[in-house]
Ligand binder design. Sequence first.
Ligand code: SR1
Ligand code: MG
Length: 402
Amino acid sequence: MSHYHPLTLDEAVALARSIPNHFSEQAELLSEEIGDGNLNLVFRITDAKTRKGIIIKQALPYAKVVGESWPLSLDRARIEREALQIQYALVPDLVPAVFNFDNDLAVTVMEDLSDHTIMRKGLIDGHHYPLFAEHIGKFIAHTLFYTSDLGMNQQQKKEQLARFINPDLCKISEDLIFEDPYRDSPNNNIPESIRTDAEALWNDKELKLEIALLRESFLTHTEALLHGDLHTGSIFVTASSTKVIDPEFAYYGPMGFDIGAVIGNLLLNYAAQPGWSATANKLNSQREFLLQTILNVWEHFESNFIALWNRDIVDITATTPGYQDIYIQKILRDTIGFAGAKMIRRIVGLSHVADVDTIEDEYVRIHAQRTALRIGTSLVKLGRKATHIQEIITIAKAAVLE
Ligand code: SR1
Ligand code: MG
């Protein structure tokens, strides 16, 4: 029988003590619950003397952000932990190490990254991360290539896919990204001041058709094991290090969904910059950094992915001349479409982002929301026709001139 129950602070300490070779027997351990996300408990256990810590993440059987009326499977803790372990095996420098787990308790014990900053916060605070694009491009290329039919045996891939059927968390994405923002859903969180902008989305036939096609891709294209929620709140950074956390939305889906999540969230910060940059110079330099980072993310992804393909391709059919170019163009188009969808959902859907929502000045905040909706809508409409990543930059620059 399962012994699941939410851990107390003391139980978290006892669990931490049971991890071999981590804390000395005499260590005084401090326990705090630091979870500020939508779904889970997160405990940080710290040695009072050495300040060395570990993280214990525990899934709750419901969505914390809404309450017990929104039940969620505890199996997502296993899915998250197995995804972390697969990603760690592929790119150990870019993923926290898992030290232990307990499937019944829906618990994962992992590396403490307190010396890093959540990237969303770092960007809001005006920091630049010059190595981020190189790191995340490598993370995405390796995790997607080696979990796809390109980089692994096709029968083993099907078995792996079966372990990552993640219906509850996929349903959150299906509803919150592709459905609710495009109708008057009670799940939406629409500031009254932009209600007419939201209604314009509901009446935009071209946009809704593209969203229907993106949703179909999300539902049916089992290309690779995705992180599934790769926004800037799922990424820890320093000037020299990047660590990707929180893959509880992991499932087999379209590759462009992960890359689009990164780019969409960089663009949300871009749209919000007037709320955070004190001077025109700062605004320009921060926006230049963000746009250059977007280009670099794609270029690092693409060059890594092609190098892995040319070296480690498993599917001989994929060596057919011309196939690689078509495959990568499809990823680019999906990336652009999903980036746009990710922006729109964070403005009118249930769950928003601090980059935009915590801008104090109402006029500046509304302006940022409208900029994000303009960029998001243009990207969704461009997606299927796109030929080059540079087209994102053109759209982003035009959106802030209006
Ligand atoms: C009810 S969960 C809302 C959002 O938080 C997560 O980070 C995902 O992005 C999800 O859509
Ligand atoms: Mg998360």
